[in-house]
Design a protein around this ligand. Structure first.
Ligand code: ADP
Ligand code: MG
Length: 243
């Protein structure tokens, strides 16, 4: 089976700084791979390379078997197949929840308004916010806004969902509802790469955890292995610091 995502020896350098060094990673359909590591270890840069917000300096990235690092690919078309949610919700404040979701469906995916709205209501229902369709983002809690951002990403049936610290900007009491939703997505079989600082969550949701250290995947494995029996001293030290 072709993996949904295959990063092969990816290298990224910013101003002579090696930020990703020989990073290889495959994600199969339905898998959730979690990236952990200290701030600055390269998690966001890896996700940004996958989403073609950054170009790699070496190595390749394949999405469904297609080399998306080939300079001839159409980046917009690739991004249509990838859902992304960042730390900040990035909802349009002047649009209702429903319109935040239908905007891309109508503009990018060329769906008709009625069609797009029906679909948007279905995904809002999935994330438990069917009753907030007409609300503006500032009337929602941070947790609800982030669930809308996830709904928006899901609405275009992405092959792959990238979640970058989606709970980092939230008040502690709002983190749980967003993590619970990501958990449900996993149950729905959505293929995901998740960067997070939430170790308990990583342990629960991950099929595989990758520990990034200074731009390298220093070690990776099933959560039980990586968290309970890390092989590398640096992994042990990181885990001792964050848990
Ligand atoms: P993480 O998400 O794990 O905290 P990042 O991928 O954001 O790490 O950053 C990795 C390193 O790359 C950091 O040293 C950061 O300063 C650097 N970096 C990230 N983006 C840029 C950029 N656009 N220009 C220069 N350096 C960058
Ligand atoms: Mg980051």
């Amino acid at each position: 089976m072709t993996p949904v995502l295959a990063c092969d020896s990816v290298r990224k350098v910013f101003h002579g700084n090696v930020v990703l060094d020989d990073v290889s990673l495959t994600v199969d359909e339905g898998e959730a791979v979690v990236l952990i590591g200290a701030s600055g270890s390269g998690k966001s840069t890896l996700l940004r390379c996958v989403n073609l917000l950054e170009t790699v300096d070496d190595g390749t990235i394949h999405l469904d078997g297609r080399d998306i690092t080939d300079p001839r690919v159409n980046a917009d078309e690739v991004r249509r197949n990838i859902g992304v949610v960042f730390q900040s919700y990035n909802l349009f404040p002047h649009l209702t929840v429903l319109d935040n979701i239908t905007l891309a469906l109508r503009r990018v995916h060329k769906r008709r308004r009625r069609d797009a709205e029906q679909h948007a209501r279905r995904v809002l229902d999935q994330v438990g916010l069917a009753d907030r369709a007409g609300a503006y983002p500032d009337r929602l809690s941070g947790g609800q806004q982030q669930r809308v951002a996830i709904a928006r990403a899901l609405a275009s049936y992405p092959r792959l969902l990238l979640l970058d610290e989606v709970t980092s900007a939230l008040d502690p009491e709002l983190v749980g509802e967003v993590l619970a939703l990501v958990h449900e997505l996993k149950g729905m079989g959505i293929t995901m790469v998740i960067a997070t600082h939430e170790m308990g969550f990583a342990r629960e949701v991950a099929d595989r955890v990758c520990f990034l250290d200074a731009g390298r995947i220093l070690e990776s494995g099933p959560p039980a292995e990586l968290f309970d029996a890390p092989r590398e001293e640096r992994t042990r030290r990181f885990l001792a610091r964050v848990s």
